[in-house]
Design a protein around this ligand. Structure first.
Ligand SMILES: [Zn+2]
Length: 66
């Protein structure tokens, strides 16, 4: 699962403020059904987060025994 996420890193994401393309995210934080990418623009120093949502079925939590 981690490999799939790492091979699917978005690149050349335009800066949310000035539009300059950012080669790759500074930080990647995998979550359940989604991955958070932290981008830092080197042109204007703007930092923003983008979240990629995956269609994978969320892990089901078994009901607690009564
Ligand atoms: Zn920028």
């Amino acid at each position: 699962m981690t490999k799939a996420i790492l091979s699917d890193i978005p690149r050349q994401n335009p800066c949310a403020q000035c539009g300059a393309p950012i080669p790759q995210p500074d930080w990647i934080e995998p979550g359940e059904g989604c991955v958070r990418y932290l981008w830092t623009c080197h042109a204007c120093n703007y930092r923003f987060e983008a979240v990629a949502i995956y269609d994978e079925v969320a892990v089901e939590h078994p009901p607690l025994a009564a």
